[in-house]
Structure formats: structure tokens, C-alpha cells
Design a protein around this ligand. Structure first.
Ligand SMILES: [Zn+2]
Length: 295
């Protein structure tokens, strides 16, 4: 397949795409990742170990998500890559370029047009459909790591559904601070069985996983784990009857660009006035709302 050529500042990156196997990884590796992905889909919220491959980007920079994307990619896919809501951050651009150059897949910034969306730290504001797959890059897949350092013991706790230490930690936070103090990466119960780390997405995005139409896949390259939330699965944040889970509140705030009051907002400083202002974290959604045509 003739891939679109994008001039790269480093000359050795300008080799023709034919120098690579389709979607970079060899067929055996892709098959192995797909097998592990199917297992993850079959056991929602369960962390499936996999043989994480070497990629031309460092582990910890999204290689888990990238391996999932590359193994799932077909020639007709349209890929969107975002980093903290942005399509144009260095990390997102590098990953998108690698995918496009080695597979020839089309790319987009428009969430609605994408079939595969790889993301870090955010789920797009637009509701995803059944024909779309969301891949999240995971730094730390183990939700129990904050209460148990041993991998052997966390595995046993999951197997025995022994989540008392997790509940105790939540309770201790309430005793000490008067409220649940967890921020991003708020632990969730998946399908009434496994406690899962939804990755450092804001609490705002947690509800987008619950009974979603789309498949969400989680890839941790450095930690060598894949897990999944299949469509129409219960994803419930941990909470107590008298201390409920609450998402971030933007009461009285609005996006400075599109005026939105129903999206996740980033706090920033206005360059001209020095005042604190707010803007949509999902920049593509914000531009779309302002009537801009997205590439
Ligand atoms: Zn906006």
C-alpha cells in the first residue's frame, strides 16, 4: 500500500513506508496482542499480562496504547490520536505520524470521523459509537498499587475479590480529610467483579465508560498489561452510601472560546490580562462547536 509521505526533520525517518511491515509490528506480535485483547474483552476489568514489544518510542510514552492500536489497525481505519484532549501535542503528533507512516491509515482530528481513537488522560466529549474503539494509554494499570506494593499479592486480592484494603483507604481519607480525596484515576468496579484503574482520566470522564456503546481498551506497555471495558458494561466508581463519588464541578465557569458550560475545562492564564480563564480540554470538540471544519 502507498502510504502518505510526511517529511520528517530526521532524514532516516523519511524512508518509504514499504521498509516496514504493515503497522510496524510483525504479524506474530500483532496476533499475540489481539489474542490477549480478546481475553481482556472476555473478562471485563481483568488485567491480562502480555509480551510488550519494543517500539521506536520509549516505554512510558504510550507504547501500550500504540501496540493495541497497531494490532487492531486495518487499511480502512481512520485514526485519531489525542494527548490530554489535544490533537497537536508533541506526543500525539509523533504517535499519529508513526501510525500513518507505517500503515498508510487515514488520520483525523474529528472524533465522529475516527474508527480508532488513541488517547492519554481524556475520553472525548462527543459520545462514542458502537463502531468506534477507544484505546487508552496506561501508566499504572494496578488500582490496588496504592494499598499493596507486591504484584503477587495484588493478583491474589483480585482473584479472591478481597478489596478490603482499598475500601479502608477510601474510608481513612474520609476520616482524615472529611471527604473522598481521590482525583484522577478514580478506581471503578467493573461488571461487579474487578476493581479497575480507569487511567488518569478526570472523574468527569468516568461515566463515559459506564454502559458505553463503544469498546474501550487499556494498554500499559511498561507494565505489560492489557485490560478492557466491553460495550454495555457496568463501570461504577467506588463510593459509600453517605459519601458519594462526585465529578469535578465547573459551576459558574465557561469556555473562553466556545462558551461551553457542559465540558471538562482546563484552567489557564490569559496571556493579555493575566487573569485565570477556562477553556475546553477537548480542543477538537471546542473548535467543532465554533463551526470549524476539522481535518
Ligand atoms: Zn470550548
Amino acid at each position: 500500500m502507498e502510504a502518505a509521505r510526511i517529511e520528517h526533520p530526521r532524514p532516516w525517518m523519511n524512508r518509504p513506508a514499504a521498509a516496514y511491515n504493515f503497522a510496524f509490528l510483525d504479524e506474530g506480535s500483532k496476533r499475540e496482542i489481539r489474542r490477549k485483547t480478546l481475553k481482556a474483552v472476555a473478562i471485563p476489568g481483568y488485567q491480562v499480562p502480555f509480551a510488550s514489544r519494543e517500539l521506536p518510542i520509549a516505554r512510558g510514552w504510550g507504547t501500550g496504547g500504540l501496540q493495541l492500536t497497531l494490532s487492531l489497525l486495518g487499511p480502512n481505519d481512520v485514526v485519531k490520536v489525542i494527548d490530554q484532549g489535544h490533537d497537536d501535542s508533541v506526543n500525539a503528533v509523533s504517535i499519529r505520524r508513526l501510525i500513518a507512516e507505517t500503515s498508510g491509515a487515514a488520520t483525523t482530528e474529528d472524533t465522529a470521523k475516527a474508527t480508532l481513537i488513541q488517547s492519554r488522560h481524556r475520553i472525548p466529549e462527543e459520545r462514542l459509537r458502537a463502531d468506534q474503539i477507544l484505546v487508552l494509554q496506561v501508566p499504572q494499570p494496578e488500582p490496588l498499587r496504592r494499598v499493596e506494593r507486591s504484584e503477587r499479592l495484588t493478583r491474589r486480592k483480585h482473584a479472591e475479590m478481597d478489596y478490603s484494603a482499598m475500601w479502608l483507604a477510601l474510608y481513612e481519607g474520609i476520616v482524615r480529610w472529611g471527604d473522598i480525596t481521590l482525583g484522577a484515576d478514580y478506581p471503578v468496579m467493573v461488571h461487579g467483579r474487578y476493581i479497575m484503574a480507569p487511567t488518569p482520566i478526570p472523574r468527569w470522564d468516568n461515566e463515559k465508560l459506564h454502559q458505553a456503546e463503544h469498546l474501550t481498551l487499556f494498554g500499559a506497555g511498561r507494565e505489560k498489561k492489557i485490560y478492557a471495558v466491553p460495550p454495555y458494561t457496568d463501570v461504577i466508581p467506588l463510593q459509600f452510601e453517605d459519601y458519594r463519588f462526585r465529578k469535578e464541578s465547573f459551576d459558574g465557569k465557561a469556555c473562553r472560546h466556545c462558551g461551553s458550560t457542559d465540558t471538562f475545562l482546563d484552567e489557564t492564564t490569559d496571556e493579555a490580562t493575566g487573569l485565570t480563564v477556562y477553556q475546553c480540554s477537548d480542543t477538537a470538540f471546542c473548535r467543532k462547536r465554533r463551526g470549524e471544519e476539522l481535518p
